[in-house]
Design a protein around this ligand. Structure first.
Ligand code: NAD
Ligand code: 6OD
Length: 508
């Protein structure tokens, strides 16, 4: 039965009231100072829970981008650039502790910007924001480079060794779905390896990037090391940043189409890019799986964060003997997810990030019906209390019966929805899973270890989970293949992008 008890109006008012204390304007953070910038351009940041105004956000233009890039460049030649690895990494360890100290401020800001449940942000978004700094300090302190001795005709020989230098000023362009997590996932390694950064957070979620500026100042991180310029993409701060000739590298997480636009800009000046892009991720559920685990895992991978996780499952392939049981159980799980406000502990699902994004998701819900889907559950907007009617709420949705070339099976929707289709053989499942332009993640559910290895090895993706989902060891390579990205970050894998390797050849 569909969850009919979203937060009552009284609960909503109280919960929104508690979070409302964090309502605030955002500011650019340039050269260690908060500023509204040089123009009066800006926008109102809307809360996806009810459509209310959170505060104003200034729109940065060329002036702010120029100032931020100049500050970042100056930092490289100043105290920051002269620090030893240990001094630098101690400072970043203190930044991680600073996030922990202000945990509740970050939590409130993130929940206000995204509407996501506190139970989710408390376990994933904010702790990972801190961990992303701690983890990469370990990498920076311990990473080794190569060394070769070589013979020379005079018999004296030579030694070659690799030397990693910071790449320079890194532009970090980040999305709205896990704002602090995905921004620090790039800022952490960039700073640990001695770069400085200019961050352009998503226009939907400006608050935690701004708050991190306060932490940087509290810790005494030198001015210009961490800069934030707010704005949009095309013809705004995002594009100006990617066009800036003094930016040495661009790391981006977001839509594949945006990645294509950024790559064109990066071609000018031959700047390297690191891209984490979209996905259309499959889950393969074999009849020999533990059905409880597979259903619970797929509920999370399809509906967590209201389906707004790049690694999320939007295509589920289930072996025919357990197909009906799986569909019935996923339906029951989806219908038990109560939409509600962040600090109501019964909330199972928050809103989408904005009404605009809801329009996109609903357009897929309509197209699914037009293209012949059977709606197993959902398909529309939940009935919310009056106080929340202005929010971006949408029902968790499951379809069956769509063709493999239909829009909802081929295109990334980025909402709480998935299509389920039966399969009969392992070979068929592999072929269905790989039949996509994307190559980010896959989940395999089986208790057969040999099958797990065999199938995982044939997934054309960057990350494959077996009997789990979004289980992250930050030392591992993270990224996507095909249209899902370029490069890998995480552990030592980010060294390629965040440092420039020189070979020093010494003739003895
Ligand atoms: P988006 O591409 O619309 O925006 C991401 C960022 O790019 C924002 O800050 C935006 O302002 C900026 N931007 C947009 N156009 C730009 C341009 N021309 N030049 C410079 N900057 C520009 O993505 P989104 O809607 O914020 O996020 C959702 C998308 O991100 C989904 O496709 C999702 O799969 C993807 N994503 C991927 C990963 C991953 O790790 N692969 C992680 C999270 C999200
Ligand atoms: O866990 C991570 O490091 C990471 N980059 C997750 C991305 C999630 C996408 O929405």
């Amino acid at each position: 039965m569909i969850c009919e008890t979203p937060s009552s109006p009284a609960q909503s008012g109280e919960a929104l009231g508690r979070i409302a204390r964090a309502r605030r304007d955002a500011a650019h953070f340039i050269d260690g100072a908060f500023t509204q910038g040089s123009s009066s351009n800006g926008w109102t940041n809307l809360c996806p829970l009810d459509g209310s105004a959170i505060g104003r956000v200034p729109e940065g233009g060329k002036t702010e981008v120029d100032a931020a890039v100049a500050a970042a460049r100056a930092a490289l030649g100043g105290e920051w650039g002269r620090m030893s690895v240990l001094q630098r990494t101690d400072m970043l360890g203190a930044v991680a502790d600073g996030i922990d100290r202000r945990f509740d401020d970050f939590l409130e800001a993130e929940c206000l910007d995204t509407g996501k449940p506190i139970s989710l942000a408390r376990h994933i978004d904010i702790p990972r924001g801190a961990a992303n700094f701690k983890m990469f300090t370990d990498v920076a302190k311990t990473v080794a480079t190569e060394c070769f001795t070589m013979d020379t005709p005079d018999g004296a020989g030579a030694i070659n060794y690799g030397l990693r230098r910071p790449r320079g000023v890194i532009a970090v362009i980040s999305p709205w779905n896990l704002p602090l997590l995905l921004m620090t996932w790039k800022v952490g390694p960039a700073l640990a390896l001695g770069n400085s950064v200019v961050v352009k957070p998503s226009e939907e979620t400006p608050l935690t990037a701004t708050l991190l500026g306060e932490v940087m100042n509290e810790i005494g991180v030198p001015k210009g090391v961490y800069n934030v310029v707010h704005g949009f993409g095309p013809n705004s701060a995002g594009e100006f940043l990617t066009q800036h000739p003094l930016v040495d590298g661009i790391t981006f997480t977001g839509e594949t189409r945006t990645g294509e636009a950024i790559m064109r800009e990066a071609a000018l000046g031959i700047r390297p890019v690191s891209f984490e892009l979209g996905g259309k991720n499959p889950a393969l559920v074999f009849a020999d799986c533990d059905l409880d685990k597979a259903v619970e895992g797929t509920l999370r991978s399809a509906f967590a964060n209201c389906g707004q996780v790049c690694l999320g499952t939007e295509r589920v392939y289930v072996e025919r003997p357990i197909y009906d049981a799986f569909v019935a159980r996923l339906k029951a799980g989806a219908e038990a997810l109560c939409p509600g406000v962040p600090d109501d502990m019964t909330t199972g699902i928050g809103p989408l990030v904005s009404r605009e994004h809801r329009e996109k998701v609903l357009s897929y819900y309509r197209r699914a019906v037009e293209q012949g889907a059977t709606i197993v559950t959902g398909g529309g907007i939940p009935d919310m209390p009056d106080a929340l009617k202005g929010g971006a709420w949408v029902q968790p949705t499951i379809w069956t019966g769509l063709a493999e070339d239909s829009d909802c099976v081929t295109q990334e929707i980025f909402g709480p929805c998935c299509h389920i289709r039966p399969f009969d053989t392992e070979e068929e499942a592999i072929s269905l899973a790989n039949r996509t332009a994307y190559g980010l993640a896959a989940a395999i559910w089986t208790e057969n270890l040999a099958r797990a290895h065999r199938v995982a090895a044939r997934m054309e993706i960057g990350i494959c989970w077996v009997n789990s989902w979004f289980l992250r060891d930050l030392r591992t390579a993270f990224g996507g293949s095909k249209a899902s990205g370029i490069g890998r970050e995480g552990g030592v894998h980010g060294l390629e992008f965040y440092t420039e390797m020189s070979n020093i050849c010494i003739k003895l």
